[in-house]
Design a binder for this molecule. Structure first.
Ligand code: PLP
Length: 478
């Protein structure tokens, strides 16, 4: 199992050479090969579990070749699907360091410096998004886990005091959450997994600007109060997954204070944009949130996985997640500072996700990130302008770094009332062929019942030239 120093050095250098070549050449690969599962099974073969080991050098170089020949590359400058960023190269190196030291960031005693680095990362992320005082929190696998962590902390904070021992039977079944119809599916997973049921979600419609309708929210809360239910959790979205809209956070915070409801902001995608002074207004109210979800593996360009949950008052985390079995002699907090991360979230053994975030924040600094994030926004505006100007494209929405638009042919011979259905089908088929084609990767959004192409740019490799080329690709693919 161990590898001698000489061999490790030789194989490691070879691998680093291959990675460096790949990163420098990534724009010349197809974004994806579009191969089917059947084709890929043939590529890796169906041999059974190896009985005996194989030489290392072949193993490493073959694996690298396999992955570079048959992957989808979200690091490609023309990858703009869903919300997955290009991986920052510093993150590749940071993960190697993290695996070398292999701290188990569950308890301070097992991960002394790693725990302090995670704490500092949480402070820095709070500062990054402009919170006047650092929140507490921890790194998790992604947005879903970050939001789940907040959901659970909120229900401990707002639920009956014996909820931990009695479960939901006392009052939990009537604890109601509120979110706009644009909210990501995690809220359904949370409500069903944690025993509230999906019927406990109130999906509030959006207004003309695609923000949660505050008047409707207030009315719905009032109706629940009259019915004897307990409103406990409101989700504001800071950058919705389809079109990037940010809810009226201050308005939501005010309503939550009035009714003693936990105010959670899902900023998995958009929250890092709060680092831009010009977006201060748009994020107004963010610092009133009880909790904020933010994914460093989205707009901070950290390699998967890195999600983060920030919570205003750490006591709500420990009240929810802490337990003290006799086999943990982790002791009391020294000077009230030592922190055992297993008491903050769902995981017990935990990897050192914070390191890659901590190192990337140092590599480019706040100003470097401001430049990168505003450039992504500018590129998405450029895409919007170009599709507005083109006679065969219709620009639909542009918020943060997401642009939605669709293809409209100049000539349509059918009946006028079939036109929208025709356009929806046409754009769906267009997206399918673009996604398999390998020249560009977009995803879709439904805007006002219209099927649109959607580009979300969280990509430090994308250039203006790529935006022009993407439109050419779309127009020749249709
Ligand atoms: C991406 C995203 C999620 C889910 O995050 P994962 O990291 O994929 O689990 C949740 N909410 C919003 C707003 C997102 O953008």
């Amino acid at each position: 199992m161990d590898i001698s120093k000489e061999e490790f050095r030789k194989l490691g250098y070879q691998l680093i050479d291959q990675i460096a070549e790949f990163n420098a050449d990534i724009q010349n690969y197809p974004v994806t090969t579009g191969e089917s599962s059947v084709e890929l099974i043939k590529v890796i073969g169906q041999e059974s579990l190896p009985e005996n080991g194989v030489p290392l050098d072949g193993l490493i170089s073959k694996t690298m070749e396999l992955l570079t020949q048959h992957s989808l590359f979200n690091g490609h400058p023309k990858f703009m699907g869903f919300i997955t960023s290009s991986p920052a190269p510093i993150g590749i190196l940071a993960d190697m360091v993290a695996a070398t030291i292999n701290p188990n960031v569950s308890a301070h005693i097992l991960s002394p410096i790693a725990t302090e680095i995670e704490k500092q990362t949480i402070h820095w992320l709070s500062e990054f998004i402009g919170l006047p005082k650092p929140y507490s929190g921890l790194l998790v696998s992604g947005g879903n886990m970050a939001n789940f962590t907040a959901f659970l902390a909120a229900r401990t904070a707002k639920g009956s005091p014996d909820l931990k021992s009695e479960g939901l039977s006392n009052s939990g079944s009537s604890m109601i959450s509120y979110c706009s119809v644009t909210t990501h599916t995690w809220i359904e997973k949370a409500s069903s997994l944690f025993g509230h049921g999906t019927k406990s979600i109130r999906w509030i419609p959006t207004d003309d600007s695609n923000q949660m309708d505050l008047k409707c929210l207030e009315e719905t809360i009032q109706a629940d109060l009259r019915a004897g239910n307990q409103p406990f959790f409101v989700v504001g979205t800071a950058g919705d997954v389809s079109t990037g809209v940010i809810d009226n956070l201050h308005g939501l915070a005010t309503l939550c204070k009035k009714h003693d409801i936990w105010f959670h902001v899902d900023g998995a995608y958009g929250a890092p944009a709060a680092v831009l002074p010009e977006l201060k207004e748009v994020f107004y109210g963010l610092n009133e949130a009880d909790s904020i979800a933010l994914d460093p593996h989205k707009w901070l360009y950290i390699p998967l996985e890195a999600g983060c949950i920030l919570v205003k008052d750490a006591n709500h985390l420990t009240a929810t997640f802490s337990s003290h079995p006799e086999y943990y002699n982790f002791g009391e907090n020294q000077e009230g500072l030592a922190q055992n991360y297993y008491e903050y979230g769902l995981q017990n053994s935990r990897g050192f996700r914070a390191l890659k975030v901590w190192m990337a924040l140092q590599q480019v600094g706040k100003i470097g990130y401001q430049k990168l994030i505003s450039r992504d926004i500018e590129l998405s505006r450029l895409l919007f302008q170009l599709s507005t100007a083109h006679e065969e494209l219709e620009a639909m929405t542009q918020n943060l770094s997401i642009c939605t638009f669709r293809y409209i042919p100049v000539h349509f011979a059918g009946k006028a009332n079939d036109y929208e259905r025709y356009l929806n089908t046409l754009n769906r088929l267009l997206l399918d062929s673009l996604q398999l084609g390998g020249d560009v990767f977009l995803s879709n959004a439904i805007v006002n019942q219209k099927y649109c192409l959607r580009a979300c740019i969280v990509n430090f490799r994308t250039s203006e030239n790529d935006i022009h080329e993407i439109l050419e690709i779309i127009l020749r693919t249709h």
